[in-house]
Design a protein around this ligand. Structure first.
Ligand code: C5P
Length: 243
């Protein structure tokens, strides 16, 4: 995979027009875009069609979390629209993840197009207080919980996980090279701080073993998105040399 294949730009916009404008501005520098809850609930499949028309890859980040039957139904509906990557919640449980994995693997066996499935481990907005107060996992650290969820996803047959940059190194070490790791919470050099607690630079995330990084506001809110993308791609290339 080259540097460009590893960068996913998050189209967290409230209108298709704004998303379209950015995609056109970035031209061939970006090949994969994330459509998340905001754009999808506003514009629906129009947002995916806009990207397909431009031959872009689609990461549909709707983080499905429901009973196995319902999630399998939702994934099946999405499959008709040809997305490349899709998220579910690992906290939806082993049976849910396994049911989705079965559907995907059956399609692959039949040589039908199937997206890579990523299980969200622990949302980066959650911390040890959530584990203690809500889940009741008093003795577990965030890192331990993320590992448990990633291992469950892997044994259920899921392709990869979404985790914060702070867990990437540990996951790569404990789960091996097969597991795909996608990480948000990225702040390019010069953009550090903002509102990201568990964040890292593109260089750090890739060096630590992430396969994909998702970057939103540093690009979307920039005066010069193209320049930011180019410097992120350079950071990714530098990170790849250090893996
Ligand atoms: O913060 P930024 O705009 O780069 O976020 C890009 C995407 O990464 C968002 O769409 C959000 O879903 C995800 N994200 C996350 N955890 C964070 C920050 C952002 O999962 N701490």
């Amino acid at each position: 995979m080259n540097a460009k294949d590893r960068l996913i730009v998050a189209l967290d916009f409230d209108s298709l027009k704004k998303a379209e404008k950015l995609v056109d501005l970035l031209e061939d520098d970006v090949t994969t875009y994330k459509v998340g809850l905001q754009l999808f609930t506003k514009e629906g499949y129009k947002s995916l069609n806009m990207l397909k028309k431009r031959n872009k890859k689609i990461f549909l980040d709707l983080k499905f979390h429901d009973i196995p039957n319902t999630v399998v139904g939702a994934v099946s509906s999405v499959l008709e629209h040809g997305v490349d990557m899709l998220t579910i919640h690992a906290m939806g449980g082993f049976d849910m993840m396994e049911s989705v994995a079965k559907l995907i693997w059956q399609r692959r066996e039949r040589k039908n197009h199937a997206p890579k499935i990523f299980a969200v481990t622990l949302l980066t907005s959650l911390d040890s207080a959530f584990l203690q107060d809500i889940i009741g996992a008093d003795s577990r650290t965030v890192e331990e919980e993320v590992l448990i969820l990633a291992q469950a996803a892997r044994s259920a047959g899921i392709d990869g996980v979404v985790a914060s940059p702070l867990e990437v190194k540990m996951l790569r070490k404990k789960c091996g090279d097969e597991l795909l790791i996608l990480t948000p919470g990225i702040r390019p050099r010069g953009f550090e701080n903002a509102d990201q607690q568990r964040s890292a630079t593109p260089f750090e995330a890739i060096r630590d073993g992430a396969d994909y990084i998702v970057v939103g506001r540093p690009i979307t809110a920039s005066e010069n998105p193209k320049k930011v993308v180019k410097s992120i791609l350079k950071e990714i290339r530098d990170g790849l040399k250090k893996t």
